[in-house]
Design a protein. Structure first.
Lengths: 119, 516
Protein backbone atom coordinates (compact mmCIF):
# COMPACT_ATOMS: atom_id res chain seq x y z
CA UNK A 1 0.00 0.00 0.00
CA UNK A 2 1.28 3.43 -0.86
CA UNK A 3 0.85 6.68 0.99
CA UNK A 4 -2.71 7.05 -0.25
CA UNK A 5 -4.15 4.13 1.71
CA UNK A 6 -7.52 3.88 3.42
CA UNK A 7 -6.39 5.45 6.66
CA UNK A 8 -4.97 8.60 5.06
CA UNK A 9 -8.11 9.00 2.95
CA UNK A 10 -10.17 8.60 6.13
CA UNK A 11 -8.15 11.30 7.91
CA UNK A 12 -8.55 13.66 4.92
CA UNK A 13 -12.32 13.03 4.83
CA UNK A 14 -12.53 13.61 8.59
CA UNK A 15 -10.77 16.95 8.13
CA UNK A 16 -13.10 17.99 5.30
CA UNK A 17 -16.07 17.08 7.45
CA UNK A 18 -14.73 19.13 10.36
CA UNK A 19 -14.22 22.14 8.10
CA UNK A 20 -17.76 21.80 6.84
CA UNK A 21 -19.09 21.55 10.37
CA UNK A 22 -17.23 24.69 11.46
CA UNK A 23 -17.33 26.92 8.38
CA UNK A 24 -20.69 26.27 6.69
CA UNK A 25 -23.68 27.90 8.33
CA UNK A 26 -26.37 25.86 6.60
CA UNK A 27 -27.63 23.18 8.99
CA UNK A 28 -28.30 20.61 6.26
CA UNK A 29 -24.74 20.98 4.97
CA UNK A 30 -23.51 20.71 8.55
CA UNK A 31 -25.34 17.40 8.87
CA UNK A 32 -23.85 16.20 5.59
CA UNK A 33 -20.44 17.08 6.98
CA UNK A 34 -21.26 15.10 10.12
CA UNK A 35 -22.22 12.17 7.90
CA UNK A 36 -18.85 12.50 6.16
CA UNK A 37 -17.05 12.43 9.52
CA UNK A 38 -18.95 9.34 10.63
CA UNK A 39 -18.30 7.58 7.31
CA UNK A 40 -14.60 8.40 7.52
CA UNK A 41 -14.37 6.69 10.91
CA UNK A 42 -15.96 3.61 9.35
CA UNK A 43 -13.46 3.71 6.49
CA UNK A 44 -10.70 3.97 9.07
CA UNK A 45 -12.01 0.96 11.01
CA UNK A 46 -12.31 -1.19 7.88
CA UNK A 47 -9.06 -0.26 6.19
CA UNK A 48 -6.98 -0.55 9.37
CA UNK A 49 -8.04 -4.17 9.68
CA UNK A 50 -8.10 -4.99 5.95
CA UNK A 51 -6.11 -7.88 4.50
CA UNK A 52 -6.07 -7.66 0.72
CA UNK A 53 -4.65 -11.20 0.45
CA UNK A 54 -7.00 -12.80 2.99
CA UNK A 55 -9.67 -15.36 2.25
CA UNK A 56 -13.37 -14.63 2.93
CA UNK A 57 -14.24 -15.49 6.55
CA UNK A 58 -16.56 -18.41 5.80
CA UNK A 59 -16.78 -21.58 7.85
CA UNK A 60 -16.39 -23.83 4.79
CA UNK A 61 -13.34 -21.78 3.81
CA UNK A 62 -11.26 -22.82 0.85
CA UNK A 63 -8.30 -23.43 3.07
CA UNK A 64 -6.09 -21.03 1.13
CA UNK A 65 -4.14 -18.72 3.42
CA UNK A 66 -5.38 -16.72 6.40
CA UNK A 67 -8.96 -15.53 6.68
CA UNK A 68 -9.96 -11.90 6.93
CA UNK A 69 -10.94 -10.90 10.47
CA UNK A 70 -14.75 -10.79 10.40
CA UNK A 71 -15.21 -8.80 13.62
CA UNK A 72 -14.54 -5.30 12.17
CA UNK A 73 -17.24 -5.93 9.59
CA UNK A 74 -19.72 -6.77 12.30
CA UNK A 75 -18.72 -3.61 14.18
CA UNK A 76 -19.03 -1.47 11.08
CA UNK A 77 -22.55 -2.73 10.42
CA UNK A 78 -23.71 -1.55 13.85
CA UNK A 79 -21.89 1.75 13.45
CA UNK A 80 -23.51 2.40 10.05
CA UNK A 81 -26.98 1.73 11.49
CA UNK A 82 -26.30 4.09 14.41
CA UNK A 83 -25.04 6.84 12.11
CA UNK A 84 -28.10 6.44 9.92
CA UNK A 85 -30.37 6.84 12.96
CA UNK A 86 -28.48 9.93 14.08
CA UNK A 87 -28.72 11.62 10.69
CA UNK A 88 -32.40 10.77 10.28
CA UNK A 89 -33.37 12.10 13.71
CA UNK A 90 -31.22 15.21 13.31
CA UNK A 91 -32.93 15.99 10.00
CA UNK A 92 -36.35 15.71 11.66
CA UNK A 93 -35.25 18.24 14.28
CA UNK A 94 -33.88 20.54 11.56
CA UNK A 95 -37.32 20.35 9.94
CA UNK A 96 -38.92 21.43 13.22
CA UNK A 97 -36.56 24.41 13.41
CA UNK A 98 -37.23 25.37 9.77
CA UNK A 99 -40.98 25.29 10.38
CA UNK A 100 -40.49 27.69 13.24
CA UNK A 101 -37.86 30.11 11.92
CA UNK A 102 -37.99 29.60 8.12
CA UNK A 103 -34.22 29.34 7.88
CA UNK A 104 -31.48 26.70 8.06
CA UNK A 105 -28.82 29.27 8.97
CA UNK A 106 -27.34 28.14 12.30
CA UNK A 107 -26.18 31.65 13.27
CA UNK A 108 -29.65 33.13 12.80
CA UNK A 109 -31.35 30.28 14.65
CA UNK A 110 -28.91 30.79 17.51
CA UNK A 111 -29.80 34.50 17.68
CA UNK A 112 -33.54 33.89 17.51
CA UNK A 113 -33.40 31.28 20.26
CA UNK A 114 -31.29 33.56 22.47
CA UNK A 115 -33.75 36.42 21.94
CA UNK A 116 -36.73 34.22 22.85
CA UNK A 117 -35.00 32.96 25.96
CA UNK A 118 -34.19 36.51 27.05
CA UNK A 119 -37.85 37.48 27.04
CA UNK B 1 -25.10 -14.07 36.38
CA UNK B 2 -28.30 -13.78 34.35
CA UNK B 3 -29.63 -10.82 36.29
CA UNK B 4 -27.03 -8.59 34.62
CA UNK B 5 -28.57 -9.34 31.25
CA UNK B 6 -32.15 -9.31 32.54
CA UNK B 7 -32.00 -5.72 33.86
CA UNK B 8 -31.39 -4.05 30.46
CA UNK B 9 -33.44 -6.57 28.46
CA UNK B 10 -36.47 -6.07 30.69
CA UNK B 11 -36.51 -2.34 29.94
CA UNK B 12 -35.88 -2.81 26.23
CA UNK B 13 -38.85 -5.20 26.14
CA UNK B 14 -41.03 -2.81 28.10
CA UNK B 15 -40.36 0.12 25.74
CA UNK B 16 -42.47 -1.10 22.77
CA UNK B 17 -45.15 -2.44 25.12
CA UNK B 18 -45.70 0.97 26.69
CA UNK B 19 -45.82 2.56 23.24
CA UNK B 20 -48.46 0.09 22.01
CA UNK B 21 -50.50 0.00 25.24
CA UNK B 22 -50.46 3.75 25.77
CA UNK B 23 -53.07 3.83 28.52
CA UNK B 24 -51.13 1.34 30.60
CA UNK B 25 -47.78 3.12 30.21
CA UNK B 26 -47.94 4.95 33.52
CA UNK B 27 -48.86 1.86 35.55
CA UNK B 28 -46.30 -0.19 33.62
CA UNK B 29 -43.59 2.25 34.68
CA UNK B 30 -44.57 1.80 38.33
CA UNK B 31 -44.46 -1.96 37.81
CA UNK B 32 -41.03 -1.59 36.22
CA UNK B 33 -39.72 0.10 39.37
CA UNK B 34 -40.91 -2.85 41.47
CA UNK B 35 -39.43 -5.42 39.09
CA UNK B 36 -36.16 -3.49 38.99
CA UNK B 37 -36.07 -3.37 42.77
CA UNK B 38 -36.55 -7.14 42.86
CA UNK B 39 -33.84 -7.70 40.24
CA UNK B 40 -31.39 -5.40 42.04
CA UNK B 41 -32.22 -7.22 45.29
CA UNK B 42 -31.38 -10.49 43.54
CA UNK B 43 -28.12 -8.97 42.33
CA UNK B 44 -27.20 -7.81 45.84
CA UNK B 45 -28.14 -11.18 47.33
CA UNK B 46 -26.00 -13.10 44.87
CA UNK B 47 -23.07 -10.76 45.52
CA UNK B 48 -23.48 -11.20 49.27
CA UNK B 49 -23.53 -14.95 48.62
CA UNK B 50 -20.19 -14.63 46.87
CA UNK B 51 -21.49 -15.65 43.44
CA UNK B 52 -19.70 -15.13 40.16
CA UNK B 53 -20.14 -11.50 39.13
CA UNK B 54 -19.81 -11.86 35.39
CA UNK B 55 -21.55 -13.27 32.36
CA UNK B 56 -20.38 -13.55 28.76
CA UNK B 57 -22.94 -12.92 26.04
CA UNK B 58 -22.37 -14.63 22.70
CA UNK B 59 -19.43 -16.70 21.50
CA UNK B 60 -17.38 -16.97 24.65
CA UNK B 61 -15.47 -19.97 23.35
CA UNK B 62 -13.65 -18.07 20.61
CA UNK B 63 -13.13 -14.98 22.74
CA UNK B 64 -15.67 -12.90 20.86
CA UNK B 65 -18.35 -12.65 23.52
CA UNK B 66 -19.37 -9.43 25.24
CA UNK B 67 -18.56 -9.59 28.91
CA UNK B 68 -20.93 -8.10 31.48
CA UNK B 69 -19.41 -7.59 34.93
CA UNK B 70 -20.72 -6.11 38.18
CA UNK B 71 -18.22 -4.70 40.68
CA UNK B 72 -18.87 -2.70 43.89
CA UNK B 73 -18.72 0.56 41.94
CA UNK B 74 -21.35 -0.49 39.41
CA UNK B 75 -23.55 -1.68 42.28
CA UNK B 76 -23.56 1.89 43.60
CA UNK B 77 -24.59 3.23 40.20
CA UNK B 78 -27.24 0.50 39.88
CA UNK B 79 -28.80 1.64 43.16
CA UNK B 80 -28.64 5.26 41.98
CA UNK B 81 -30.44 4.27 38.76
CA UNK B 82 -33.13 2.50 40.74
CA UNK B 83 -33.68 5.49 43.06
CA UNK B 84 -33.81 8.00 40.19
CA UNK B 85 -36.22 5.76 38.31
CA UNK B 86 -38.49 5.56 41.33
CA UNK B 87 -38.36 9.30 41.92
CA UNK B 88 -39.13 10.07 38.28
CA UNK B 89 -42.11 7.74 38.12
CA UNK B 90 -43.53 9.37 41.26
CA UNK B 91 -42.75 12.89 39.98
CA UNK B 92 -44.44 12.28 36.63
CA UNK B 93 -47.43 10.49 38.14
CA UNK B 94 -49.75 13.50 38.38
CA UNK B 95 -48.39 15.11 35.22
CA UNK B 96 -49.16 11.96 33.17
CA UNK B 97 -47.00 12.54 30.07
CA UNK B 98 -47.68 10.71 26.82
CA UNK B 99 -46.88 7.01 26.42
CA UNK B 100 -44.06 8.02 24.06
CA UNK B 101 -42.27 9.66 26.99
CA UNK B 102 -42.40 6.44 29.01
CA UNK B 103 -41.11 4.51 25.99
CA UNK B 104 -38.09 6.80 25.88
CA UNK B 105 -37.62 6.40 29.64
CA UNK B 106 -37.51 2.60 29.36
CA UNK B 107 -35.07 2.76 26.44
CA UNK B 108 -32.90 5.10 28.50
CA UNK B 109 -32.86 2.86 31.56
CA UNK B 110 -32.11 -0.17 29.40
CA UNK B 111 -29.16 1.68 27.87
CA UNK B 112 -28.00 2.84 31.31
CA UNK B 113 -28.00 -0.69 32.72
CA UNK B 114 -26.13 -2.09 29.74
CA UNK B 115 -23.52 0.69 29.91
CA UNK B 116 -23.02 -0.02 33.60
CA UNK B 117 -22.14 -3.67 33.23
CA UNK B 118 -20.27 -3.82 29.96
CA UNK B 119 -16.50 -4.17 29.75
CA UNK B 120 -16.29 -4.19 25.96
CA UNK B 121 -15.03 -1.12 24.09
CA UNK B 122 -17.39 -1.45 21.15
CA UNK B 123 -20.38 -2.32 23.27
CA UNK B 124 -19.67 0.88 25.21
CA UNK B 125 -19.82 2.75 21.89
CA UNK B 126 -23.21 1.24 21.03
CA UNK B 127 -24.80 1.86 24.43
CA UNK B 128 -23.45 5.41 24.64
CA UNK B 129 -24.83 6.18 21.18
CA UNK B 130 -28.16 4.77 22.27
CA UNK B 131 -28.03 7.01 25.34
CA UNK B 132 -27.25 9.99 23.08
CA UNK B 133 -30.19 9.29 20.80
CA UNK B 134 -32.67 8.77 23.62
CA UNK B 135 -31.55 11.81 25.61
CA UNK B 136 -31.65 13.84 22.38
CA UNK B 137 -35.33 12.89 21.98
CA UNK B 138 -36.02 13.52 25.67
CA UNK B 139 -34.49 17.02 25.65
CA UNK B 140 -36.61 17.94 22.64
CA UNK B 141 -39.70 16.20 24.01
CA UNK B 142 -41.80 19.34 24.50
CA UNK B 143 -40.91 20.53 20.95
CA UNK B 144 -40.10 24.07 22.14
CA UNK B 145 -37.68 25.70 19.71
CA UNK B 146 -35.00 26.32 22.33
CA UNK B 147 -35.14 22.67 23.41
CA UNK B 148 -34.99 21.45 19.82
CA UNK B 149 -31.95 23.62 19.13
CA UNK B 150 -30.14 22.61 22.34
CA UNK B 151 -30.73 18.94 21.67
CA UNK B 152 -29.65 19.21 18.03
CA UNK B 153 -26.36 20.76 19.16
CA UNK B 154 -26.02 17.96 21.69
CA UNK B 155 -26.55 15.31 19.02
CA UNK B 156 -24.03 16.79 16.57
CA UNK B 157 -21.32 17.29 19.19
CA UNK B 158 -21.89 13.90 20.83
CA UNK B 159 -21.78 12.19 17.45
CA UNK B 160 -18.51 13.96 16.64
CA UNK B 161 -17.10 12.81 19.99
CA UNK B 162 -18.15 9.25 19.40
CA UNK B 163 -16.43 9.25 16.00
CA UNK B 164 -13.19 10.15 17.77
CA UNK B 165 -13.88 7.31 20.19
CA UNK B 166 -14.54 4.86 17.35
CA UNK B 167 -11.24 5.72 15.64
CA UNK B 168 -9.58 5.04 18.98
CA UNK B 169 -11.36 1.67 19.18
CA UNK B 170 -10.19 0.83 15.64
CA UNK B 171 -6.60 1.67 16.54
CA UNK B 172 -6.65 -0.33 19.77
CA UNK B 173 -8.28 -3.32 18.08
CA UNK B 174 -5.74 -3.25 15.26
CA UNK B 175 -2.88 -3.54 17.71
CA UNK B 176 -4.33 -5.77 20.44
CA UNK B 177 -6.90 -7.85 18.57
CA UNK B 178 -9.43 -7.62 21.37
CA UNK B 179 -12.12 -5.22 22.56
CA UNK B 180 -12.33 -6.37 26.17
CA UNK B 181 -10.97 -3.74 28.57
CA UNK B 182 -9.34 -6.22 30.96
CA UNK B 183 -7.81 -8.23 28.11
CA UNK B 184 -6.37 -4.99 26.66
CA UNK B 185 -4.93 -4.07 30.06
CA UNK B 186 -3.28 -7.49 30.25
CA UNK B 187 -2.01 -7.25 26.68
CA UNK B 188 -0.41 -3.79 26.84
CA UNK B 189 3.37 -4.13 26.41
CA UNK B 190 5.42 -3.27 29.50
CA UNK B 191 8.08 -0.58 29.44
CA UNK B 192 7.92 2.54 27.24
CA UNK B 193 4.45 3.36 25.95
CA UNK B 194 4.22 2.82 22.17
CA UNK B 195 2.82 5.54 19.93
CA UNK B 196 -0.47 3.79 19.18
CA UNK B 197 -1.28 3.48 22.89
CA UNK B 198 -1.11 7.17 23.64
CA UNK B 199 -2.79 8.14 20.39
CA UNK B 200 -5.55 5.62 21.04
CA UNK B 201 -5.92 6.70 24.67
CA UNK B 202 -6.25 10.34 23.67
CA UNK B 203 -8.92 9.46 21.11
CA UNK B 204 -10.90 7.30 23.53
CA UNK B 205 -10.64 9.85 26.34
CA UNK B 206 -11.73 12.77 24.13
CA UNK B 207 -14.69 10.81 22.85
CA UNK B 208 -15.92 9.91 26.32
CA UNK B 209 -15.19 13.41 27.65
CA UNK B 210 -17.79 14.79 25.25
CA UNK B 211 -20.38 12.57 26.89
CA UNK B 212 -19.35 13.06 30.50
CA UNK B 213 -19.48 16.78 31.19
CA UNK B 214 -15.86 17.93 30.89
CA UNK B 215 -15.75 21.68 30.31
CA UNK B 216 -13.88 21.93 27.01
CA UNK B 217 -15.75 19.01 25.53
CA UNK B 218 -19.26 19.25 26.94
CA UNK B 219 -20.26 22.80 26.16
CA UNK B 220 -23.61 21.44 24.98
CA UNK B 221 -24.43 20.58 28.60
CA UNK B 222 -25.59 23.88 30.17
CA UNK B 223 -28.20 24.59 27.50
CA UNK B 224 -29.45 21.02 27.09
CA UNK B 225 -29.77 20.45 30.84
CA UNK B 226 -31.26 23.87 31.59
CA UNK B 227 -33.83 23.97 28.80
CA UNK B 228 -35.16 20.40 29.03
CA UNK B 229 -38.24 19.39 31.01
CA UNK B 230 -37.20 19.26 34.69
CA UNK B 231 -37.70 15.51 34.98
CA UNK B 232 -35.43 15.10 31.95
CA UNK B 233 -32.86 17.49 33.44
CA UNK B 234 -32.80 15.42 36.63
CA UNK B 235 -32.32 12.28 34.58
CA UNK B 236 -29.56 13.74 32.41
CA UNK B 237 -27.66 15.49 35.19
CA UNK B 238 -28.18 12.76 37.72
CA UNK B 239 -27.69 9.67 35.63
CA UNK B 240 -26.78 9.97 31.94
CA UNK B 241 -23.68 12.10 32.54
CA UNK B 242 -22.53 9.53 35.10
CA UNK B 243 -22.40 6.84 32.43
CA UNK B 244 -19.52 8.74 30.87
CA UNK B 245 -17.87 8.73 34.29
CA UNK B 246 -18.34 4.96 34.61
CA UNK B 247 -16.59 4.48 31.28
CA UNK B 248 -13.85 6.94 32.28
CA UNK B 249 -13.20 4.89 35.42
CA UNK B 250 -12.81 1.80 33.23
CA UNK B 251 -10.47 3.63 30.85
CA UNK B 252 -8.37 5.15 33.65
CA UNK B 253 -7.59 1.66 34.94
CA UNK B 254 -6.25 0.61 31.53
CA UNK B 255 -4.77 3.57 29.67
CA UNK B 256 -2.22 6.28 30.62
CA UNK B 257 -4.73 9.11 31.00
CA UNK B 258 -4.37 10.18 34.63
CA UNK B 259 -2.52 13.49 34.07
CA UNK B 260 -4.99 14.63 31.42
CA UNK B 261 -7.93 13.68 33.63
CA UNK B 262 -6.51 15.68 36.54
CA UNK B 263 -5.97 18.77 34.38
CA UNK B 264 -9.40 18.47 32.75
CA UNK B 265 -11.02 17.91 36.14
CA UNK B 266 -9.47 21.00 37.68
CA UNK B 267 -10.36 23.18 34.66
CA UNK B 268 -13.92 21.84 34.59
CA UNK B 269 -14.40 22.36 38.31
CA UNK B 270 -13.18 25.95 38.43
CA UNK B 271 -14.71 27.23 35.16
CA UNK B 272 -18.03 25.54 35.87
CA UNK B 273 -18.17 27.31 39.22
CA UNK B 274 -17.32 30.72 37.77
CA UNK B 275 -20.32 30.36 35.49
CA UNK B 276 -22.55 28.87 38.19
CA UNK B 277 -21.84 31.79 40.52
CA UNK B 278 -22.62 34.42 37.88
CA UNK B 279 -25.79 32.85 36.45
CA UNK B 280 -29.19 34.06 37.62
CA UNK B 281 -31.34 31.43 35.91
CA UNK B 282 -32.01 28.69 38.48
CA UNK B 283 -31.84 25.66 36.18
CA UNK B 284 -28.87 27.05 34.26
CA UNK B 285 -27.06 27.57 37.56
CA UNK B 286 -27.75 23.93 38.45
CA UNK B 287 -26.48 22.83 35.03
CA UNK B 288 -23.20 24.76 35.43
CA UNK B 289 -22.88 23.36 38.92
CA UNK B 290 -23.17 19.88 37.40
CA UNK B 291 -20.15 20.73 35.25
CA UNK B 292 -18.14 21.84 38.27
CA UNK B 293 -19.13 18.82 40.36
CA UNK B 294 -18.10 16.56 37.50
CA UNK B 295 -14.72 18.27 37.76
CA UNK B 296 -14.47 16.87 41.28
CA UNK B 297 -15.29 13.39 40.08
CA UNK B 298 -12.90 13.49 37.12
CA UNK B 299 -10.11 14.80 39.33
CA UNK B 300 -10.71 11.80 41.59
CA UNK B 301 -10.67 9.40 38.64
CA UNK B 302 -7.45 11.04 37.44
CA UNK B 303 -5.60 10.41 40.72
CA UNK B 304 -6.05 6.81 39.79
CA UNK B 305 -5.47 4.92 43.05
CA UNK B 306 -8.03 2.33 44.13
CA UNK B 307 -9.14 4.57 47.01
CA UNK B 308 -9.62 7.60 44.77
CA UNK B 309 -11.57 5.60 42.17
CA UNK B 310 -13.91 4.40 44.92
CA UNK B 311 -14.20 7.96 46.22
CA UNK B 312 -14.87 9.37 42.75
CA UNK B 313 -17.51 6.72 42.15
CA UNK B 314 -19.20 7.48 45.48
CA UNK B 315 -19.11 11.18 44.71
CA UNK B 316 -20.71 10.54 41.32
CA UNK B 317 -23.48 8.53 43.00
CA UNK B 318 -23.98 11.16 45.72
CA UNK B 319 -24.09 13.91 43.11
CA UNK B 320 -26.65 11.95 41.15
CA UNK B 321 -28.86 11.86 44.24
CA UNK B 322 -28.73 15.53 45.23
CA UNK B 323 -28.60 16.97 41.73
CA UNK B 324 -31.58 14.83 40.71
CA UNK B 325 -33.42 16.10 43.78
CA UNK B 326 -32.43 19.72 43.07
CA UNK B 327 -33.56 19.61 39.44
CA UNK B 328 -36.90 18.01 40.28
CA UNK B 329 -37.54 20.54 43.06
CA UNK B 330 -36.35 23.44 40.89
CA UNK B 331 -38.77 22.41 38.14
CA UNK B 332 -41.72 22.50 40.54
CA UNK B 333 -40.49 25.73 42.13
CA UNK B 334 -40.27 27.42 38.72
CA UNK B 335 -43.75 26.21 37.78
CA UNK B 336 -45.32 27.32 41.06
CA UNK B 337 -43.38 30.54 41.44
CA UNK B 338 -43.73 31.54 37.79
CA UNK B 339 -40.12 32.71 37.25
CA UNK B 340 -36.96 31.08 35.96
CA UNK B 341 -34.58 33.52 37.63
CA UNK B 342 -33.58 33.13 41.25
CA UNK B 343 -34.19 36.68 42.54
CA UNK B 344 -37.89 36.92 41.54
CA UNK B 345 -38.38 33.33 42.72
CA UNK B 346 -37.16 34.33 46.18
CA UNK B 347 -39.60 37.24 46.14
CA UNK B 348 -42.43 34.84 45.22
CA UNK B 349 -41.36 32.15 47.66
CA UNK B 350 -44.77 32.17 49.34
CA UNK B 351 -46.24 30.54 46.23
CA UNK B 352 -43.67 27.74 46.26
CA UNK B 353 -44.98 24.85 48.33
CA UNK B 354 -43.28 23.69 51.48
CA UNK B 355 -42.24 20.27 50.25
CA UNK B 356 -40.38 21.83 47.33
CA UNK B 357 -38.54 24.29 49.56
CA UNK B 358 -37.59 21.50 51.95
CA UNK B 359 -36.32 19.42 49.01
CA UNK B 360 -34.24 22.37 47.78
CA UNK B 361 -32.84 22.77 51.28
CA UNK B 362 -31.83 19.11 51.56
CA UNK B 363 -30.31 19.13 48.08
CA UNK B 364 -28.35 22.31 48.78
CA UNK B 365 -27.04 21.07 52.12
CA UNK B 366 -26.04 17.87 50.38
CA UNK B 367 -24.18 19.58 47.57
CA UNK B 368 -22.31 22.10 49.75
CA UNK B 369 -21.13 19.21 51.91
CA UNK B 370 -22.65 19.79 55.34
CA UNK B 371 -21.64 16.93 57.67
CA UNK B 372 -22.89 14.22 57.73
CA UNK B 373 -24.86 14.42 54.47
CA UNK B 374 -24.05 12.72 51.16
CA UNK B 375 -21.86 15.47 49.76
CA UNK B 376 -19.72 15.61 52.88
CA UNK B 377 -19.19 11.85 53.02
CA UNK B 378 -18.15 11.60 49.40
CA UNK B 379 -16.01 14.76 49.51
CA UNK B 380 -14.05 13.66 52.57
CA UNK B 381 -13.46 10.26 50.94
CA UNK B 382 -12.04 12.09 47.94
CA UNK B 383 -9.85 14.46 49.98
CA UNK B 384 -8.66 11.50 52.02
CA UNK B 385 -7.67 9.63 48.87
CA UNK B 386 -5.02 12.16 47.85
CA UNK B 387 -2.01 13.53 49.66
CA UNK B 388 -1.00 16.03 46.96
CA UNK B 389 -1.47 19.55 48.29
CA UNK B 390 -2.32 21.26 44.95
CA UNK B 391 -5.09 18.75 44.30
CA UNK B 392 -6.48 19.27 47.79
CA UNK B 393 -6.30 23.03 47.27
CA UNK B 394 -8.30 22.80 44.05
CA UNK B 395 -10.86 20.62 45.79
CA UNK B 396 -11.22 23.11 48.65
CA UNK B 397 -11.67 25.95 46.12
CA UNK B 398 -14.43 23.93 44.46
CA UNK B 399 -16.28 23.38 47.74
CA UNK B 400 -15.96 27.09 48.50
CA UNK B 401 -17.33 28.02 45.07
CA UNK B 402 -20.19 25.55 45.31
CA UNK B 403 -21.26 27.07 48.62
CA UNK B 404 -21.04 30.56 47.08
CA UNK B 405 -23.15 29.51 44.09
CA UNK B 406 -25.86 27.95 46.24
CA UNK B 407 -25.87 30.76 48.80
CA UNK B 408 -27.77 32.70 46.11
CA UNK B 409 -30.86 30.58 46.77
CA UNK B 410 -30.97 32.22 50.23
CA UNK B 411 -34.44 32.48 51.70
CA UNK B 412 -35.96 30.25 49.03
CA UNK B 413 -34.55 27.40 51.11
CA UNK B 414 -36.41 28.28 54.30
CA UNK B 415 -39.28 25.77 54.69
CA UNK B 416 -41.39 28.13 56.83
CA UNK B 417 -45.16 27.94 56.47
CA UNK B 418 -47.48 27.10 53.63
CA UNK B 419 -49.11 24.21 51.80
CA UNK B 420 -47.21 20.98 51.40
CA UNK B 421 -47.90 20.58 47.69
CA UNK B 422 -48.70 17.49 45.68
CA UNK B 423 -48.23 14.14 47.40
CA UNK B 424 -46.63 12.30 44.48
CA UNK B 425 -44.08 15.06 43.95
CA UNK B 426 -43.25 14.96 47.66
CA UNK B 427 -42.88 11.19 47.43
CA UNK B 428 -40.30 11.63 44.68
CA UNK B 429 -38.42 14.18 46.83
CA UNK B 430 -38.43 11.69 49.70
CA UNK B 431 -37.09 8.89 47.49
CA UNK B 432 -34.06 11.01 46.57
CA UNK B 433 -33.82 13.08 49.76
CA UNK B 434 -33.61 10.26 52.30
CA UNK B 435 -30.49 8.72 50.73
CA UNK B 436 -28.91 12.19 50.69
CA UNK B 437 -29.59 12.55 54.41
CA UNK B 438 -28.58 9.01 55.35
CA UNK B 439 -25.79 8.44 52.84
CA UNK B 440 -23.29 7.45 55.54
CA UNK B 441 -25.23 4.56 57.11
CA UNK B 442 -26.43 3.43 53.67
CA UNK B 443 -22.93 3.38 52.18
CA UNK B 444 -21.50 1.61 55.22
CA UNK B 445 -22.06 -1.97 53.98
CA UNK B 446 -20.26 -1.11 50.73
CA UNK B 447 -17.42 1.15 51.83
CA UNK B 448 -16.80 0.54 55.56
CA UNK B 449 -13.02 0.62 55.50
CA UNK B 450 -12.67 3.70 53.31
CA UNK B 451 -15.30 5.62 55.28
CA UNK B 452 -13.84 4.70 58.65
CA UNK B 453 -10.36 5.77 57.54
CA UNK B 454 -11.66 9.08 56.19
CA UNK B 455 -13.89 9.77 59.20
CA UNK B 456 -11.26 9.31 61.91
CA UNK B 457 -9.64 12.73 61.65
CA UNK B 458 -11.46 15.98 62.47
CA UNK B 459 -9.93 17.75 59.43
CA UNK B 460 -12.73 16.95 56.93
CA UNK B 461 -15.34 18.36 59.31
CA UNK B 462 -13.41 21.58 59.84
CA UNK B 463 -12.65 21.83 56.15
CA UNK B 464 -16.23 21.45 54.97
CA UNK B 465 -17.56 23.88 57.56
CA UNK B 466 -14.86 26.38 56.57
CA UNK B 467 -15.83 25.94 52.93
CA UNK B 468 -19.50 26.60 53.67
CA UNK B 469 -18.84 29.70 55.77
CA UNK B 470 -16.21 30.95 53.33
CA UNK B 471 -18.57 30.35 50.40
CA UNK B 472 -21.30 32.36 52.09
CA UNK B 473 -18.90 35.27 52.70
CA UNK B 474 -17.71 35.03 49.08
CA UNK B 475 -21.34 35.23 47.97
CA UNK B 476 -21.91 38.36 50.08
CA UNK B 477 -18.79 39.92 48.60
CA UNK B 478 -19.69 39.06 44.99
CA UNK B 479 -23.22 40.38 45.40
CA UNK B 480 -21.93 43.87 46.14
CA UNK B 481 -19.62 43.97 43.12
CA UNK B 482 -20.78 45.29 39.75
CA UNK B 483 -21.79 42.44 37.46
CA UNK B 484 -20.08 41.78 34.18
CA UNK B 485 -21.61 39.23 31.79
CA UNK B 486 -19.29 36.34 31.05
CA UNK B 487 -18.77 35.30 27.42
CA UNK B 488 -21.49 32.98 26.14
CA UNK B 489 -20.18 32.70 22.59
CA UNK B 490 -18.57 29.33 23.14
CA UNK B 491 -22.01 27.79 23.61
CA UNK B 492 -22.59 27.98 19.84
CA UNK B 493 -22.34 24.93 17.64
CA UNK B 494 -19.32 26.03 15.60
CA UNK B 495 -17.37 27.04 18.68
CA UNK B 496 -18.36 23.75 20.27
CA UNK B 497 -16.76 21.80 17.43
CA UNK B 498 -13.62 23.90 17.76
CA UNK B 499 -13.40 23.49 21.54
CA UNK B 500 -13.74 19.73 21.15
CA UNK B 501 -10.94 19.81 18.60
CA UNK B 502 -8.67 21.94 20.76
CA UNK B 503 -9.53 19.80 23.78
CA UNK B 504 -8.48 16.74 21.80
CA UNK B 505 -5.09 18.27 21.03
CA UNK B 506 -4.67 19.30 24.66
CA UNK B 507 -5.41 15.73 25.76
CA UNK B 508 -3.05 14.40 23.10
CA UNK B 509 -0.20 16.54 24.43
CA UNK B 510 -0.94 15.64 28.06
CA UNK B 511 -1.14 11.92 27.35
CA UNK B 512 2.09 12.14 25.38
CA UNK B 513 3.81 13.98 28.24
CA UNK B 514 2.64 11.35 30.71
CA UNK B 515 3.70 8.50 28.43
CA UNK B 516 7.22 9.86 28.18
Amino acid sequence: MGVLNGVTVAIILFGIGLLGLILRRDLVIKLLALGLINSSTILCLVSLNARPDGAPPLLQGNGLGAMVDPLPHALVLSAIVINFAILALALVFVMLLVERYHTTDSRRIEEEVAREEGE
Amino acid sequence: MTVLALLPLFHFALAPVSLLQGRLARRLSALAVLVDAALVGWLLASIAGGGDLGIVMGEAAVGLGIRLVADPLTIGFTLLTLLIEGALVAYLWSEAPRAYFYTLLHLLFGAVFSTLFTRDLFNIFVTLELLTLVSFLLVGYERKARQVWASLKYLVLASLGMSLYLIGVALIYYHTGTLDLDAIAAGLPPGPVPRWVWLGSALLLSGIAVKSGVFLFSIWLPEAHARAHSAVSALLSGLVIKMGVVVLIGLAATFPVSVSLQVLGAVTGILGLVYAITTDDLKRMLAYSTLSQLGYVILGVGIGTAASLTAAGSYAVAHGLFKGLLFLAAGTAIREGGFRDIAPLIAQRGRVSRGVRLALLVGTLGIVGLPPLAGFAAKSLLTHATAALPVQGVMFLMSLGTAAAFAKLGRLLWPGKGAWGSATANLSFIVLGLPVLFFLPLAWPVLPRALAAAGRSPIPYAESLAAIVGGYLLHRWIRRRPRRALPQRFLRLEEGVMTILSGFFLVLILVWLQAR
